[in-house]
Ligand binder design. Structure first.
Ligand SMILES: CC(C)(COP(=O)(O)OP(=O)(O)OC[C@H]1O[C@@H](n2cnc3c(N)ncnc32)[C@H](O)[C@@H]1OP(=O)(O)O)[C@@H](O)C(=O)NCCC(=O)NCCS
Length: 152
């Protein structure tokens, strides 16, 4: 399976429909809509990467690079492809591209209730630097995490 997997840069906002399909499959009610995805992909500072096997979209990552700082806005791998290292592959590819563009550190925000994503980020070298209490609703805080790209 691995040999057939490719990562494509999402340069055209029209490719937002591919992200939408992944968003809806993975996030359900919390999925970003097409308009938001198109708008984000049309920004000059956006970076989106799509994970594909032949014509099948398996996951994607979307973020921003602004001078020395980067940000991860979305990462999603379709359920049937999770726990096989593909999330890590997407994340590392994204971080490498940012490091190549002289980005020094990358931020993200994750729900305190999303333990899988939180542990995934911890395992991949992110650390907590802040907490916004009840940000997503009562009892659901936002954790702010950061990773230095110094050694990338
Ligand atoms: C978070 C997310 C992107 C991680 O993607 P993933 O493809 O499952 O991630 P990985 O496979 O790289 O790593 C996850 C686990 O698989 C394990 N793993 C990695 N490579 C593996 C392999 N070759 N074989 C088996 N397991 C493997 C990792 O050890 C890790 O284990 P853990 O559960 O103990 O942490 C995915 O779970 C997802 O899309 N979640 C829903 C959306 C979401 O919450 N996004 C983040 C919002 S902030």
């Amino acid at each position: 399976m691995w040999k057939l997997i490719r990562i494509e840069e999402l340069k055209d906002p029209d490719l937002a429909t591919l992200c939408l399909e992944i968003e809806e499959a993975v996030f359900g009610k919390r999925a970003w809509n097409l308009e938001l995805l198109k708008q984000e992909l049309s920004n000059s500072f956006s970076l989106g990467l799509l994970l594909k096997r032949e014509d099948l979209s398996m996951g994607y990552i979307l973020g921003r690079r602004m001078e020395e700082e980067g940000e991860i806005l979305r990462i999603a791998v379709k359920r049937e492809f999770q726990n096989q290292g593909l999330g890590k592959l997407l994340l590392i590819s994204f971080l490498k591209k940012l490091a190549h563009n002289k980005v020094q550190r990358v931020f993200l925000e994750v729900s305190s209730q999303n333990l899988k994503a939180f542990n995934f980020y911890l395992k991949n070298g992110f650390e907590i630097i802040g907490k916004r209490k009840d940000y997503y609703g009562l009892g659901e805080s936002a954790l702010i995490m950061v990773k230095s790209l110094k050694d990338f």
